[in-house]
Write a protein that binds this ligand. Structure first.
Ligand code: BES
Ligand code: ZN
Ligand code: ZN
Length: 466
């Protein structure tokens, strides 16, 4: 699908007409006879008239995205070569609807449909620098979101730590980023026993990925931001093996790491005046003769000891060392965000469509929630407290990797990570549990079944506002 901006009406195979607030303004009788009401995700195609009417129940940005995605899906059932729509404002929401709504993951289908390449013409009142920038920026963000969807949907057989590292190298080349790939020798030399243990039983060696973006030319970086992602290319649970039903879809446990790669892929296209570090712990959690065990005590890079009580709480072990690495290697950090499909408890607590936002800085957490909502992602804060913190105590080590209570699992996981944030960075850190929206079985709104690319749009929105 090609999106084109224009300032005049173009004669195409069909014109998309959004019916806002259920107010049908043309062809009233005909649409009524077809029982078209203008509800969300409702559309009717009148081919002779070359019109596609789509319901857009409300006027908010997400209603527009959903309506456009509904139109795209309808057009994709035809052999139309072109479509046209007139847009007065909120151009970026229309672009999101087209680009994100058009996504499908067909890599593993033996019969590839030969899709007719469609040209979409978006009429705007004028095309100046600002409009062009908004348009190209939105397309770049959507392309990255779709790239993340592809990564996350790819099977663990085809996407393991070395492949994740290779994708990072490719992203670095395309975007002129610095790229460091550190292997297990580095993890051993730097006492990263927590991350190392998780990947030990896998036939794939763990990789620590570090991408860096610095503004080009004379532009001075206004802020320094660090993004850390959980990149579990597969989470079988390890010796605390997941039950069969719970293991399905655990290819999505790399969602946080992939989101970080997606964000790094977008920043240089947007020319943002900030320095950004993207760090990913790419690891596979498997079983085997040398698997790490419940009862082991691990030592993380900062010297803290962790009693393993459950090998399925592995993401926090990988992140612990990655967070230490980030804070050792990068000075004067302004923001440090981590992204992880960390807990089933977060999904239970807030539902599968919403990100859980945690940390020590209320203002910052709310900023992140605001950025999420403005970007079209859902997010809510989850509060730490001193009582839950105590449930992470261990009799024999500095802490346990799971809490002694079965309640508040998303929060206790977040509080575990807090042990690996230095005093200097306590207020600069935000933990995003993206376990729900990163991968949802059934399609929702303009998101497909499977990976959604959670975390990318909300972070870019946050960065734009710095
Ligand atoms: N990757 C899972 C969390 C998860 C669950 C992500 C469902 C997406 C959907 C994580 O590593 C895990 O297994 N967490 C355990 C923690 C428990 C052992 C304390 C969980 O949530 O059950
Ligand atoms: Zn797990
Ligand atoms: Zn996991």
């Amino acid at each position: 699908m090609n999106l084109n901006l224009t300032t005049k009406k173009i004669d195409t195979d069909c014109e998309i007409v959004l019916v806002k607030n259920k107010k049908i303004k043309e062809n009233k009788e005909l649409l009524k006879s077809l029982n078209f009401k203008g509800s969300e995700e409702e559309c009717v195609l009148l081919p002779e008239m070359k019109k596609l009417y789509v319901g857009c129940e409300n006027l908010d940005h997400d209603s527009i995205r959903i309506a456009i995605a509904t139109a795209v899906k309808k057009i994709n059932t035809t052999n139309f070569k072109s479509a046209y729509i007139k847009v007065k404002d909120n151009l970026s929401s229309y672009v999101d609807g087209f680009e994100l709504g058009n996504y499908s993951f067909t890599k593993y289908k033996s019969e590839q449909e030969d899709k007719v390449e469609k040209n979409i013409y978006i009429e705007v009142s004028k095309i100046d620098k600002e409009i062009q920038k908004e348009f190209e920026g939105s397309v770049a963000i959507c392309n990255s979101v779709n790239m993340v969807r592809d990564f996350v949907n790819t099977t663990p057989e085809d996407f393991y730590p070395a492949i994740m590292a290779q994708n990072a190298i490719n992203i670095a080349k395309e975007n002129d980023l610095e790229c460091k790939i550190l292997d297990e020798d580095y993890l051993v030399e730097n006492n990263m026993g927590s991350m190392l243990a998780v990947g030990r039983a896998s036939c794939h060696r763990s990789k620590l990925i570090h991408l860096t973006y610095k503004p080009k030319g004379k532009v001075k970086a206004k802020k320094k931001m660090v993004l850390v992602g959980k990149g579990l290319t597969y989470d079988s649970g390890g010796l605390s093996l997941k039950p069969a039903d719970y293991m399905v879809n655990m290819k999505s446990d790399k969602g946080g790491g992939c989101a970080v790669l997606g964000i790094m892929n977008t920043i240089s296209a947007l020319n943002l005046p900030i320095e950004v570090h993207g760090i990913v712990g790419a690891v596979e959690n498997m079983i085997g003769g040398d698997a790490y065990k419940p009862d082991d005590v691990l030592t993380a890079r900062n010297g803290k000891t962790i009693e393993v009580k459950n090998t399925d709480a592995e993401g926090r072990l990988v992140l612990a060392d990655c967070l230490c690495y980030a804070q050792d290697e990068i000075e004067d950090i302004d923001y440090i965000f981590d992204y992880a499909t960390l807990t089933g408890a977060c999904v239970v607590g807030v539902g599968q469509y919403t990100n859980g936002i945690m940390g020590n800085n209320s203002m910052l957490k709310h900023e992140v929630v605001k950025s999420a909502i403005n970007s079209g992602e859902l997010a809510t804060t989850l509060p730490f407290n001193r009582y839950l913190k105590k449930t992470l105590k261990s009799e024999i080590a500095d802490m346990s990797n799971i809490a002694s209570t079965r309640y508040g699992g998303a929060i206790t996981a977040g509080m575990f990570l807090d042990n690996f944030i230095t005093d200097e960075n306590k207020d600069k850190w935000v933990h995003l549990d993206i376990a729900g929206p990163a991968f949802v079985d059934a399609a929702w709104g303009y998101n497909p079944a499977g990976a959604s690319g959670a975390g990318v749009r909300l972070t870019i929105e946050f960065m734009k506002n710095l």
